[in-house]
Design a protein around this ligand. Structure first.
Ligand SMILES: [Zn+2]
Length: 111
């Protein structure tokens, strides 16, 4: 896929890294950022549900850079193995993020 591929809905998947750094550029197209958003996600722990317990797994990611023209170009979700996952609309920006965080470990929720 060409690196400037942009999907309508976020679909390019990357992990959230422990202490992740964001590119100093809008996550949609790489313009200079004018604000920094926070993402939150909660999902139910299926293994706990099977045991009759409701246990939420949640994650928060802050400092997501955006310019004035874009929002919601990156999605956060919590997987059943407790790993946090980001879905990107821009393949190019996701690759910049991956390159910045090459030496970091994937982050998990604490419960
Ligand atoms: Zn933008």
């Amino acid at each position: 896929m060409p690196p400037d591929t942009i999907s309508e809905t976020p679909k390019f998947v990357a992990p959230v890294f422990d202490g992740a750094a964001w590119p100093n550029a809008c996550v949609a197209r790489g313009a200079a950022p004018t604000r920094y958003d926070e993402l939150k996600s909660t999902s139910m722990n299926v293994a706990a549900l099977a045991l009759g317990r409701v246990r939420a797994m949640s994650g928060t990611v802050s400092g997501v850079p955006y310019c004035d023209q874009h929002k919601d170009c990156v999605d956060l979700s919590v997987r059943q193995d407790r790993k946090l996952e980001l879905k990107w609309s821009s393949l190019r920006m996701m690759r910049r993020y991956l390159a910045l965080n090459r030496s970091r470990e994937a982050m998990r929720t604490h419960r």
